[in-house]
Each structure stands twice: as structure tokens, then as C-alpha cells.
Design a protein around this ligand. Structure first.
Ligand code: GLN
Length: 491
């Protein structure tokens, strides 16, 4: 019998649509797989067994009734715990929201349900999506299925590890500085950050609102495109949502899969393709770029001189926005409340709650952000960082006058051992060196596996102009066709 957990989303949807298998069987196979491996991987914070089986039964009933099913009906999906799910625990990897069951679904989850996908549960993440290894989750780390002693990336390590461990064929992540692409890169899976505003933030627990972008994760480019199509598009409940149709990412992925990139011009970012990365990463990236050239793409070098300031600018802008966004966790409105014994003032309860509820990285960011926004320092830090953001955007704009898309490795290094970077925050921040510029600009970018270095996956990043998400899918699918998908060792 076919192992249903090894199939792509497209294959699963095909089997469900033709009646060769039922959505319930598919769901049960994934729940069994989670039961068998997740005590080692810890991709999930919450598995919604009953909800998943009920959703699967509903798909099977609709099919039996002759209803038209969408392209992903019956396909299981794992959702990063940053998105609200009605009645299903949503913790954002933090103690401060332990036990919170939101009264509403985020738009992304609402669309997933409407499309007939089956939500398996909520995936582990760095607390409030701050981190690059999932080690900052208040509920313990997720492990990389390629090597259980290594990190699966972050902050969406759970969503990426669930794919690589065959616990789910699709998952949802959120990318503020790289948290979809970097976990994709180090687990050998595909992760796409849509154009900012191309996917709704309604019901996404806010970290840095001008950067946060939910997006699709999958084991193949076409699966990611199909998921992108389901979740993307205008949402009147999000004031920064773009009122335009989703670019035709599915057609682009299919076009790319034909393996012809004639007429496509790609720019290798000079600053990211030289010394900044481990030699094995650069080598895998360069081989993949050559493979793209063989498919007809023209590859040139493009310098983006301000990209080197992206990391420091991000680490002022993101903490500033976080310090403001996280003010709502006051022990009154949601989740945890500490010290409310009738004798303490509101302020004391607030401060005890925040002291107990937030972990060290979240506290560090709140402090940095509060400082950067304080009167007297605002212009020197936050204001300056915003100016740098503009310069980075100009680098992208002028690059896209010369080329269709930019390319680089996704990360400077492969998956690192657990515990090896937690002592020094800067070492952790470096994991996003190549992904952050895109967030500051607001464009789309995708990470697609391009080979191995020391037996561990390397990700290839394709960055496109805003609202040209289809372009990156075309190139990504072509690359996937040339280098193949990666199969993690069996666990
Ligand atoms: N690793 C980055 C950070 O810690 C990015 C996080 C993200 O994209 N959510 O902020």
C-alpha cells in the first residue's frame, strides 16, 4: 500500500478527488505518523485529532454528495502557532498565552478551512516568532529530522520539521525576517514569503507589523504555489492587505517545471555570494546557479550596497514594533495573570505577569525597542533605521531595473547543533543575514532546496519585485526540476 505520508499535496488531492482514498484515511495516516515520531521531533505544540478527523469526514461527505472539491481538498496542513484558530489553543510559543483558546479564526485559517484542507494542529515556534532555531520556544525546542541534534531553523521550525518528518505535506509559516525561508533552507523543504500585504495578517499574533507576512511551506514548489493561492489575496479586515488578485503562482510553477528559463535574467547578489557564507553553502548555491543557466537563464552579478546594513536596521525596527505590539499582554486581556491576590495594584500584577510570561529573548527585544523609540534616541536609532530601510528598497528597485529576480543562498550556514548559538544573540541573528533585506523592502522571496553541504540541506533564495510572486515560483520550479527534491534520512 502507498505510504500516504510520503505523497505530495497534489498527489493526495488527486487520490481524494478520484475516491481512491478518503480524506479520513489520509488524515489518520498523518496522525499516526505524528504519533510515531513527534516525541522525537516535537514539531507540534497541539494536535487537533478530533477537529482534523471531523474536517476530513466533511470533505468525504461533500465528495460523496458530488460537490466540486478545490485543488487541496482533503490535504492535511499544519499551522504555525502564531495564527489564531477558533477554540484551538494558540500560544505563539509563549507562556503568556498558555491555555488561550481564541474566539475566532485568522483569515488564513478561515481560507484553509474553506478550501477543504484538514488542519492537523499547531506547530512549535520561537516565542513570538523571535529567533532562528525554535530553541526560544517556551515549550522546548523542535529538532531537525535530518539530524535530531541540530536545529530546524526558526522561528517556524515546527512547520518546516513537520514537512521533513512527513508529519504533514503542507504547513503555514510567518516570515518577519526569514522565519519561513530559513527553516525551509535548513530542513530541505520549500518556504515562500509572499509580497507583504499579499497574505492577510488578520489573526496573526503581531510581532513587527510592517514586516510580518504569513506564507506557505511545502515539500515541492507546486504544492507551495497551490497553498499560496488558497491563502493569498485581499482581506478587508487587514488594513495593509493589497487589494489586487494573487499573482498566478500556480501557472508560474507549472511553467517553471517545463525547465525552460529562456529570456529570464537573474542577478546574483554580489554581497551575499562571496565570503559571507560557509564554503559548502556557496558551492551548492553556485552549482545550482549554473544549472539555471543551463536551462536558459542569463545570470549576471548585481551589487546591492546597502544590504549589509539590513541586519542592524532590522534589529532596531523589529524590536521597536514588537515593544509596542506586545504591550497588549498585560495580564488583563489574554492568557496568563500572575499575583492577582487582591492586595496588589494593577501595575504590580502587570509587571509580575510579564516577568513570568515572557522569555529572555522577548524581554531583550522589548527593552531594545523601548530604548530605540524613547524621546531623545528616536531619531538616532529608529529614525536612522527607517532611512536605511529606504536605501535598501532603492537597491531592490534599481536591481529590478536590470534583472527579473535576485538570487543568493538562503542562509549563510547549514543547520547548526542545538545550543551552539543561544549564548550569543548576535550569532543567532546572523542566520537571517540573507533573508532580512526582502522583508525591509516588502517583496516576495522563496527558498528552495539546492543540494547538500556536509550531508545537510542548503537553500537557494529567489527574490522578486513586489507583487511579482509568480516570477520566483517559475525559477524555483525550474531549479527543483534540475536538482530534484531532497529526501531526509528516515527517522
Ligand atoms: N530570526 C529573525 C528574528 O529573530 C526573524 C524572525 C521571523 O521572521 N519571525 O527576528
Amino acid at each position: 500500500m502507498t505510504d500516504l505520508t510520503k505523497l505530495s499535496a497534489v498527489e493526495i488531492a488527486g487520490l481524494v478527488a478520484s475516491g481512491e482514498t478518503s480524506a479520513v484515511e489520509v488524515t489518520q495516516a498523518h496522525l499516526d505518523r505524528i504519533g510515531a515520531v513527534d516525541d522525537r521531533v516535537h514539531a507540534f505544540l497541539h494536535v487537533d485529532t478530533e477537529g482534523a478527523l471531523a474536517a476530513a469526514r466533511a470533505v468525504d461527505e461533500r465528495r460523496a454528495a458530488g460537490d466540486e472539491l478545490g485543488p487541496l481538498a482533503g490535504v492535511p496542513v499544519a499551522v504555525k502557532d502564531v495564527l489564531t484558530t477558533k477554540g484551538v489553543p494558540t500560544t505563539v510559543g509563549s507562556k503568556i498565552l498558555e491555555g488561550w483558546r481564541p474566539p475566532y479564526d485568522s483569515t488564513i485559517v478561515e481560507r484553509l478551512r474553506a478550501a477543504g484542507t484538514v488542519m492537523l494542529g499547531k506547530t512549535n515556534m520561537d516565542e513570538f516568532a523571535m529567533g532562528s532555531s525554535t530553541e526560544y520556544s517556551a515549550y522546548g525546542p523542535t529538532r531537525n529530522p535530518w539530524d535530531l541534534e541540530r536545529i530546524p531553523g526558526g522561528s517556524g521550525g515546527g512547520s518546516a520539521a513537520a514537512l521533513a518528518a512527513y508529519e504533514a505535506p503542507l504547513s503555514i509559516g510567518s516570515d518577519t525576517g526569514g522565519s519561513i525561508r530559513q527553516p525551509g533552507a535548513v530542513t530541505g523543504t520549500v518556504g515562500a514569503k509572499p509580497t507583504y500585504g499579499g497574505t492577510s495578517r488578520y489573526g496573526l499574533v503581531a510581532f513587527s507589523s510592517s514586516l510580518d507576512t504569513p506564507g506557505p511551506c511545502a515539500r515541492t514548489v507546486l504544492d507551495a504555489a497551490l497553498l499560496h493561492e488558497v491563502i493569498g489575496g485581499h482581506d478587508p479586515r487587514d488594513s495593509t492587505s493589497i487589494p489586487a488578485p494573487v499573482p498566478d503562482v500556480v501557472a508560474a510553477a507549472r511553467l517553471g517545471a517545463t525547465g525552460d528559463l529562456t529570456g529570464v535574467k537573474l542577478g546574483m547578489v554580489t554581497e551575499f555570494t562571496g565570503e559571507g557564507a560557509e564554503p559548502g553553502v556557496t558551492a551548492a548555491f553556485r552549482d545550482a546557479a549554473e544549472a539555471l543557466a543551463k536551462l536558459g537563464a542569463e545570470i549576471v552579478e548585481v551589487s546591492c550596497p546597502h544590504f549589509k546594513y539590513a541586519l542592524p536596521a532590522y534589529y532596531l525596527i523589529a524590536p521597536s514594533e514588537c515593544s509596542s505590539n506586545l504591550a497588549r499582554f498585560d495580564g488583563v486581556r489574554f492568557g496568563l495573570r500572575v499575583g492577582d491576590d487582591g492586595n496588589r495594584s494593577l501595575e504590580e500584577v502587570m509587571s509580575l505577569t510579564r516577568e513570568a510570561g515572557f522569555g529572555p529573548e522577548v524581554k531583550r527585544r522589548i527593552m531594545i525597542g523601548t530604548y530605540a523609540l524613547s524621546s531623545g534616541y528616536y531619531d538616532a536609532y529608529y529614525g536612522q533605521a527607517q532611512k536605511v530601510r529606504t536605501l535598501i528598497t532603492r537597491d531592490f528597485t534599481s536591481a529590478f531595473e536590470q534583472v527579473d529576480a535576485l538570487i543568493s543562498p538562503t542562509t549563510p550556514f547549514v543547520a547548526f547543533p542545538l545550543g551552539s548559538r543561544t549564548a550569543d544573540p548576535y550569532q543567532m541573528y546572523l542566520a537571517d543575514l540573507f533573508t532580512i533585506p526582502t522583508n525591509l523592502y516588502g517583496g516576495p522571496a522563496i527558498s528552495v532546496p539546492c543540494g547538500l553541504s556536509d550531508g545537510l540541506p542548503v537553500g537557494f533564495q529567489i527574490m522578486a519585485p513586489t507583487m511579482a510572486d509568480d516570477r520566483m515560483y517559475r525559477v524555483a520550479a525550474a531549479l527543483e526540476g534540475a536538482v530534484g527534491t531532497l529526501t531526509p534520512p528516515t527517522i
